[in-house]
Design a protein. Structure first.
Length: 457
């Protein structure tokens, strides 16, 4: 193991240079003009995996190819098998004028590498590849078999990943999946993200008169759909921040005392959080901390609200329609289909007979939870402490990562979310960066992780 750690230390300059080469590819999956760049990035990664000593290939899909790379496997091996997931596609870089340097021309300032894709996600999965290379090039036996699955469509919804997992289920059967595509609070607070919220999305359209009406001539004799929609929406949440839909909380798994204690260890204060958000006062479900509210409790948000005239000046009308976009964040063990049915039933009940409500269901994803006291989770925490030199924290993320449920469904494997991004890495924003200390410590974490995880097999 010492040879592995020495190899990583000795090759950091080259590893950073290779990351710079990787982020130069504008592999923007959302923009057809970059299709060749996406392909080129995938081909570069296959070559890089081969140079590291893995067997690598491009697997075609109905969209962008998936890179599969495997460590050498001995015949009749009984070693545990782990899958490492990542994505080589990146978000669009627009607006370009907000970047301090061109987004696909890497710039190093201090200990930060600025470039689109540096943190999300090229630097994070490359850290794992570097760690595996250190084992293979020093002749150090890996205590497990590893397979990289790196896709090119994560930023557009991983449209073909589920089908790929189904088709390659036998090859990819594993003991656990490792994903480094989340974050940590700071270098002093390495983290295992053990839970994610799910989501249920809706669009509501309140239909009123057959056309916009003169508010002076007709107003007062016909219900205003904008007013009716606002009144309906206001009934969905009470003054204590609790969602007022019958049955909504029936399946919510409460936090354990251990989880509450772990979440309380996360750095930061309410006053700093308020300042960061630019709000006078925080608001959330009564009886829970701000951290618990935004990571471990279900929520309702109005994402968009529109009706009537929006141009300059006034136009005195009763609008013919009003529209709202809603998302409900879900927590274990809430199921999107069951929740959606309860929401739809309650909305229909609230709608007055003077208007017609159209309910359009949007995307949904299940929440995710891996027990923080499981053998795999505890192994990950040990690896984090060895790499970062600080006691790791346990986190819940408020967002959703639907692919982790695909891994559970098709591979029957739990996912360990071991992110390396810092809060100010600007993923999806101008001036994205990746901290090079996180890059180096991520490699150490990966090197220790295979030792620790293999002890649990």
């Amino acid at each position: 193991m010492q040879k592995v750690l020495e190899y990583l230390k000795a090759n950091q300059t080259r590893f950073v240079s290779e990351l710079c080469d990787y982020v130069r590819f504008p592999s923007v999956s959302a923009q057809p003009d970059h299709r060749k760049d996406v392909q080129a990035a995938a081909e570069w990664l296959v070559r890089r995996c081969a140079q590291a000593g893995l067997t690598a290939r491009l697997c075609p899909t109905a969209g962008n190819p998936i890179v599969i790379a495997e460590t050498p496997r001995k015949e009749n091996s009984t070693l545990p098998h782990f899958v490492i997931y990542g994505h080589y596609d990146v978000q669009p870089a627009e607006p370009f004028d907000l970047w301090k340097s061109p987004p696909f021309e890497p710039r190093i300032a201090g200990r930060s590498l600025f470039a689109r894709g540096s943190s999300d996600n090229k630097g994070q999965h490359l850290a794992h590849l570097n760690a595996v290379e250190a084992y293979l090039k020093t002749g150090t036996d890996l205590p497990c078999h590893l397979t990289f699955v790196v896709e090119g469509e994560e930023e557009v919804g991983s449209k073909n990943l589920a089908t790929f997992l189904q088709q390659h289920r036998a090859e990819l059967q594993c003991d656990a999946v490792v994903v480094s595509d989340t974050g940590i609070p700071s270098l002093r607070h390495p983290a295992l993200t053990y839970a994610l919220r799910g989501i249920a999305a809706f669009e509501l359209i309140m239909h009123g008169p057959s056309r916009d009406l003169h508010s002076g001539i007709f107003g007062g004799s016909v219900d205003n759909p904008a007013m009716a929609l606002c009144q309906l929406l206001a009934k969905l949440r009470d003054k204590n921040g609790r969602i007022a839909i019958p049955g909504f909380y029936d399946d919510v798994v409460p936090l354990t005392a251990y989880e509450k204690k772990q979440l309380a260890r996360l750095p930061g204060t309410d006053s700093a959080y308020k300042k960061f958000l630019g709000v006078k006062q925080l608001f959330g479900e009564k009886g829970f901390t701000a951290t618990e509210q935004r990571t471990a409790r279900p929520t309702l948000e109005i994402n968009g609200l529109t009706s009537g005239y929006q141009g300059e000046g006034s136009k005195t009308i009763v609008p013919s329609w009003a529209r709202a976009k809603l998302t409900f964040r879900l927590v274990p063990d809430q199921q999107p289909k069951k929740i959606a049915a309860a929401i739809r039933k309650h909305l229909v009940k609230l709608c007055p007979p003077t208007v017609r409500l159209e309910i359009i269901a949007g995307h949904g994803a299940e929440p995710y939870l891996v027990s923080p006291t499981s053998a795999h989770a505890q192994a990950a925490l040990r690896a984090l402490k060895l790499a970062f030199g600080h006691e790791p924290v346990l986190m819940r993320e408020g967002g959703s990562i639907p692919i982790v449920n695909d891994f559970k469904k098709y591979l029957r494997a739990e996912t360990l979310l071991l992110g390396l991004a810092l809060p100010d890495d600007n993923a999806h924003s101008p001036n994205e960066k990746f901290n090079l200390d996180c890059f180096a410590k991520g490699q150490l974490m990966s090197a220790h992780l295979w030792q620790e995880l293999s002890k649990t097999a």
